[in-house]
Design a protein. Sequence first.
Length: 115
Amino acid sequence: MEDKTRLAVEQALKHGADYAEARAQRDFGHTLTLNNGIPEPVTVTRRLGIGIRVIVDGSMGFASTNSLESSQIRTAAETAVKIARAATRLISKPSELAPEKSCEDKWEVRMKVDI
């Protein structure tokens, strides 16, 4: 996944971003449904995507993709830069990011009642 986020950042910088970051997110889920007390088939969901945030001339832009194809990541990075560039005429004060350390987190929601 690191190579995909690196590609996103490199593409955003190539298209003129002053700052770029990419975040990958993977979600797994299960849905259990009872229809009038009768269990229905379990639905398993898996989602994976990359969000790209950029700053161009003090304006922020964001785009994302749920495809890990290199062409889609490149397109999302270019779109984030275009969005930021389009917003530059609308801002009165340039955007700045607070200096924060990166973190990684994992969480889950447990069932209240085990079916």
